[in-house]
Design a protein around this ligand. Structure first.
Ligand code: FES
Length: 161
């Protein structure tokens, strides 16, 4: 079971502030992903049971939002926005450089399990495009030089455990 006591307590705290039980779905999925790293089909069924929803409804929500991982991801999930503002400011070149550096295409994880690279829709930071999100951190106003610096730093963090 992914939904443990800790997650249930979080949901109990949120419940009074939300209009319906169904409104707990996004924070529930967020908590489940924080624990497991991704949302499996079993996790979707568990969320549906917990909130008394149809599993198809949970599946629709998980597939709509790119923030939910439907496959296991690497230790660092590098998500590059390629929507209009970021694209116009060179996001495609950044993706190309990252694919080359990591030796994977978007949607793939490196063989050592360290990185997953994804292209995502607008990260809601268009004013500081191009933008990428790595795990919970945002990196803005990127160019090839800053991406290299960020990735070098992450490589060294991962090397040192
Ligand atoms: S288009 Fe990239 S953050 Fe909005």
């Amino acid at each position: 079971m992914i939904i443990d006591q800790e997650i249930k307590q979080k949901m109990d705290k949120l419940r009074p502030y939300l209009p319906t039980e169904q409104s707990l779905l996004l924070p529930l999925l967020h908590a489940m992903q924080a624990k497991e790293g991704w949302i499996s089909v079993e996790a979707m069924k568990e969320a549906a049971d917990y909130l008394n929803l149809q599993p198809a409804r949970v599946q629709e929500v998980v597939s709509f939002y790119t923030m939910y991982n439907r496959k296991p991801v690497g230790k660092k999930h590098v998500q590059v926005c390629t929507n209009v503002a970021c694209f116009l400011r060179g996001a495609d070149k950044l993706v190309e450089g990252l694919e080359k550096r990591l030796g994977v295409h978007c949607g793939e994880t490196t063989a050592d399990g360290k990185y997953t690279l994804s292209e995502v829709e607008c990260l809601a930071a268009c004013g500081t495009a191009p933008v990428m999100q790595i795990n919970d951190d945002y990196y803005e106003n990127l160019d090839e030089k800053t991406v290299k610096e960020i990735m070098d730093k992450l490589d060294s963090e991962l090397r040192n455990g």
